[in-house]
Design a protein around this ligand. Sequence first.
Ligand code: FCA
Length: 354
Amino acid sequence: MKTNLIGMFTLCVATMMFAAIGCDKSSSTSTTATPTTGPTASEGGGGSASAGDVTIGFLVKQPEEPWFQLEWKFAAQAAKEDGFKLITIGATDGEKVLSAIDNLSASGAQGFVICTPDVKLGPAIVAKAKSRGLKVLAVDDQFIGNDGKPMTDVPYLGISARKIGYSVGEALIAEMKKRNWPQEETGVCVVTFDELDTARDRTEGAIEAITAAGFPKEKIFKAPEKTSDVQGSFDATNILLTQQPNVKRWLICSMNDTGALGAVRASEGRGFNADNVLAIGINGTDCLDEFAKPNKTGFFASSLLQAKEHGYKTAHMMYEWIKDGKEPPKDTRTIGVLINRDNYQQVLKEQGIR
Ligand code: FCA
């Protein structure tokens, strides 16, 4: 059994994860990870006498994405402070999610937080969790029920997607004006991933702000990505750039930093640069390497989300639910704050990220 569990799980132990995000990285690349430390070290310090009996899973859809590594880092902080055992799992498809729930149950977990690889798996996840007696909290991506509507009975913590997207759109227009870019030379590339509600709400919010500012609708182009990763965005943007050779300057937005990054890389492949590309992402993660580069790239800014709320708070809420029977609120939404080259170091410090 133990060998099997080790084989199945991407197991990062709380104390180690708290110490170094590098642990998250090693776990992210494989589903056959090795425990990084022994069983005693997996329990954080502090907490009540029974706290050590609590085991919580944290499943994410894209463990390679910096956002999810940050969530894990903060979940590990909660584990250390509350004294529960945390099991992090990269669950990239439905099959992996369902077997991960079985394995969590076998290892004594009482609940898990999940950003599902497919929101339509919601009913199957809830049924499986119920059959194993595990509590479920959805983070980032809200489950969709068999009726096609959000499963509002499952506790969920996500972002105020439309509002955040709207602020990205406003910031793009404000910066375009500041740079005196002629509107007739400028186009907007919106990398979309419409099958995911939180993604669609973000990009629609951005489009709403851009059109509200008087930008012509016919110059706003959607680049639908097939997969929500850098490659998916890169491919989608390349198609758009081929179709629109007359656009001299591009404003770029997407559901997240990963989408913005793929689009920036695609534009660079076509000879665009920081003088004629202005991209604003969401997450405040993948943008950091871009801001740190000595020469500016087209990745201008990002809406930094509250990873601590998404990682620490969700894990802590699950802990309280298991330990004290305190059920989490059904719907919690978080906000974003714009960061760029000038202010990112300060803001990250203030938020305890760096
Ligand atoms: C979704 C996205 C992530 C992050 C999160 C809050 O899950 O895929 O990049 O933006 O919402």
